[in-house]
Design a protein around this ligand. Structure first.
Ligand SMILES: Nc1nc2c(c(=O)[nH]1)N[C@H]1C(S)=C(S)[C@@H](COP(=O)(O)O)O[C@H]1N2
Ligand SMILES: [Mo]
Length: 371
C-alpha cells in the first residue's frame, strides 16, 4: 500500500469524537475557517470581511468570464447560462442570516472531531441574485424527476470518500423555499472564499445547503447519494444509524459581549451602573423571533426587540442591565413564533450539529479606574 493510501486510511478511521485539548488538525481547520467577531452583532448586516467562512476543501479560483451553469439530467429542455445571462435575469436583493450547522460544536461533550466552532459561525448579508425556481421550471423537470442536485467546483476527500461538494433539494422543497442564485454579497461581487462567481443561498436552512462555486444543476429520478447529503449533515447518536437530515435553522440568539475583554480568556470588565446589553436573534424557515430574555445570573428579564430586517434575517434586541459589583454570568435566550425556545444545556449530537444552547458570557463588575 502506498503512503497516499495510508493517509486516506488514517482519515477514514479518524475518531468521531473527543474531549479535552484541541488537536493540531482542529486548530488548522480553525485557521482556515474564521468566525464572525461578536462585536459585529451590533449591526444588521455583517461586514463582508467579518462574515464567517466554512470551506471543506480548497477555494477554487474561478473566472467569472468563462463560468457556465449547466441545467441537465432529467429535464426536458436542458440548457446552460453564462454569468452575463444570469446577471441579466430579474435581480432580487435579500438580507439572509446564514449559520453553519456545526456552530456550537465545541460546547458538546464529547465533541465531534471537526471544525471547532464555539458561537461565531453566523452572519447576515444582503445577497443579490435571481430566484432559482423559474430557472428550474424553464428546464422542465421530467415527470419522473424527484430531486435536483447542486454540484460545485471544489473537490476533495472526506472519510476516504472522493467527491465534489454537492447537495440536493427535492422538487417540493424547491417549490416551498425562496432559493436564490447569488452573485453579489453586500453590493459587491462575491469574494472567492464566499463562492465566486456563483452560489446558492437557501434562506432559513443551515449553511451547508447554500452551495458555493456552483457549476451543475441536475434533475434526478432517484435520491441524491452525494457524501455531503447522505454521509454527513444528519442528526445521529451513533455512527451506524442513518440518522435524519439537518435542514432548517433552530431558534438562537447571541449577545455583543459587554464592556471590554481580557485578551485571551475574553472575560469581560465593566463598571457599576447601567450597561446596555444587546445582540441579535434569529430562527429558521422564515419563522420570526417573538421574544428574547436576558439572564443575569439566575434571573431572566425580557429584552426589547428591534425590527425584523427581513423574513430570513435576524432581529436586534436590547436590555439595560443595572450592573452591580461582583462576578456575573449573562445569558440570552430567544423564543420563536412556533414557541421553540433555546435550551439551557446543549442537546448532544454525534457530529455536533444545530447546537442552539443559550449564549453565556462572564462579566466582572468593579470600580476599575481605567474604565
Ligand atoms: N462548494 C461548497 N459550498 C459550500 C461549502 C463548501 O465547503 N463547498 N460549505 C458549506 C457550509 S458547511 C457553509 S456553513 C456555508 C458557508 O458559507 P460562507 O463560507 O460563505 O459563510 O457554505 C456552504 N457551501
Ligand atoms: Mo457549515
Amino acid at each position: 500500500m502506498s503512503d497516499i493510501d495510508n493517509v486516506f486510511r488514517h482519515k477514514a478511521e479518524r475518531r468521531a469524537t473527543q474531549d479535552g485539548v484541541f488537536s493540531a488538525d482542529e486548530v488548522g481547520l480553525a485557521n482556515r475557517n474564521h468566525g464572525a467577531l461578536l462585536e459585529t452583532l451590533k449591526l444588521d448586516i455583517t461586514p463582508t470581511g467579518a462574515h464567517y467562512l466554512l470551506t471543506h476543501f480548497d477555494v477554487p479560483l474561478l473566472e467569472a468570464d468563462s463560468h457556465i451553469l449547466r441545467f441537465h439530467g432529467a429535464f426536458s429542455k436542458p440548457y446552460s447560462l453564462d454569468m452575463a445571462q444570469i446577471r441579466a435575469l430579474p435581480p432580487v436583493t435579500m438580507p439572509v442570516t446564514l449559520e453553519c450547522a456545526g456552530n456550537g460544536r465545541t460546547q458538546m461533550s464529547p465533541r465531534s472531531f471537526s471544525m471547532p466552532w464555539t458561537y461565531e459561525a453566523v452572519g447576515t448579508s444582503e445577497w443579490t441574485g435571481t430566484p432559482l425556481r423559474p430557472l428550474i421550471e424553464r428546464a422542465g423537470p421530467l415527470p419522473e424527476a424527484i430531486e435536483v442536485s447542486f454540484t460545485a467546483a471544489d473537490f476533495g476527500f472526506d472519510k476516504g470518500h472522493a467527491h465534489a461538494f454537492g447537495r440536493s433539494l427535492t422538487l417540493q422543497q424547491l417549490a416551498d423555499l425562496d432559493v436564490l442564485l447569488v452573485y453579489e454579497m453586500n453590493g459587491q461581487p462575491l469574494l472567492p472564499q464566499h463562492g465566486a462567481p456563483l452560489r446558492l443561498i437557501v434562506p432559513g436552512w443551515y449553511g451547508m445547503a447554500s452551495v458555493k462555486w456552483l457549476t451543475d444543476v441536475e434533475a434526478l429520478t432517484s435520491p441524491y447519494q452525494g457524501f455531503q447529503q447522505v454521509g454527513t449533515y444528519r442528526f445521529r447518536q451513533t455512527p451506524d444509524e442513518p440518522g435524519h437530515p439537518v435542514t432548517t435553522i433552530r431558534v438562537k440568539s447571541l449577545m455583543v459581549p459587554p464592556g471590554v475583554p481580557d485578551w485571551v480568556s475574553r472575560k469581560r470588565f465593566v463598571t457599576p451602573g447601567v450597561v446596555p446589553v444587546q445582540g441579535r436573534a434569529w430562527s429558521g424557515a422564515g419563522v420570526p423571533v417573538e421574544r428574547v430574555e436576558v439572564g443575569i445570573d439566575d434571573y431572566w428579564h425580557d429584552a426589547d426587540l428591534g425590527a425584523q430586517v427581513g423574513p430570513y434575517a435576524w432581529r436586534a434586541w436590547r436590555f439595560d442591565w443595572q450592573a452591580t459589583a461582583g462576578a456575573h454570568v449573562l445569558r440570552c435566550r430567544a423564543t420563536d413564533a412556533n414557541g421553540a425556545v433555546q435550551p439551557l444545556d446543549p442537546v448532544w449530537d454525534l457530529a455536533g450539529f444545530a447546537n442552539n444552547v443559550v449564549h453565556r458570557v462572564e462579566v466582572f463588575v468593579g470600580d476599575y479606574p481605567e474604565l
